[in-house]
Design a protein around this ligand. Sequence first.
Ligand code: PA5
Length: 429
Amino acid sequence: MSIKVGFDYVKPEDRYTPTIWKERIREINKIIVDKTGAGGDFLGWLDYPERLSKDEVERIIKKANFFRENYEVLVVCGIGGSYLGPRAVIEAINGLYSRDKMKIVYLGNTLDPNYTSEVIDFIKDKKFCVCVISKSGTTTETSISFRILREMAEAKYGKDGAKDAIVAVTDKEKGALRQLSDTEGYESFELPDDIGGRFSVMSPVGLFPIACAGIDIKEFIKGLKDGMKNYSSENIDENEAYKYALQRHSLYLRGCKVEMVGTYEPRLECVNGWLKQLFDESEGKEGKSLLVTSCVFTTDLHSLGQFIQEGSKILFETITYIDEPNNDVVIPYDKDNLDNLNYISGKKLSYVNRKAYEGTLQAHANVGNVPNITITLDKLTPRTLGELLYFYMKACAMSAYLNGLNPFNQPGVEVYKKNMFHLLGKPGY
Ligand code: PA5
């Protein structure tokens, strides 16, 4: 198991009592495994890493390699669960200024004309290819962006050439994108019926773009399988994902309204985004839930840090820390020492970052009375990241059920859509 959950910075009186919860956790675990709880039809992700066939993985890798060999830029076109998963993994592994030969850009995640124009300008003179992702096939942001991209691809490569340059990830049978993709003859991958968007990073939704970014998806899948195995126990004492879920639920019951998820690595900012998507869209219901928001330290210690330390006592933090960074930098010695930094010259930045982490835990938890849950990983690799994402998905299902919520629907998201369609004059609205 590469993930450790720690409660050293949660005061003993705020920690859950295992004996009281043991039976409830066991019951909910049964509901999850038997798929008999609310939204149980959307628990296909539980064992999907085992169900995913070798042939499908090879087909994903083959087409991704074709893209890598023939194009310079991949445009990933999708929003919400059909976008954040792949971006989170690609940025976490390749970094924010990747030198990989395949550049990845994102469209369909906004209606902003400035952003859209920037992407169009960026790709128009380059050899670009497209991966459009939508389960419903009807999401407005994705559909508009894809219409633009399709037109650009056809103008650049001709109808047949565009066919090679476009991949669709969508439902097996239903939806406008399935129909379009079959009519145009795009290579397509299936997003299974029983997996919702925010749980779909383990499906071709995540796997195809991740493979296009040159990341070893077989390792990522191994990590997902590690997650399946390591977080399967019904026993709260043996399941780190359930410990985390129960601790955040207990803090909620003690009056916390906000969970601030944080990292000390900017390349994990999009993992924060994915976590907000996962938990807020799954749990933000019926007027009774935690708000998950996020921070990147030490950057945000110079802004949000003030609020966390001394502001309203509405939150707790969950900090994910990677023990061993993939890269390190040594602080140079300077004989003049005008900046007074020689006391740490020769030290690595990872050492300073760790001291900031330790000092902040003490400041926020011990002085500021803000409970801190810690999640520690030895190292960030495609495999450990796969396990980490599975860990969070399992925790999310448990957490929502603990709060009596269906984790797998999102009725609230429909409200703005109806209003927007009405204002746009869409037939039927
Ligand atoms: O998690 C979810 O279900 C949502 O965030 C969806 O992924 C998002 O709304 C995009 O939907 P679709 O894949 O149908 O375009």
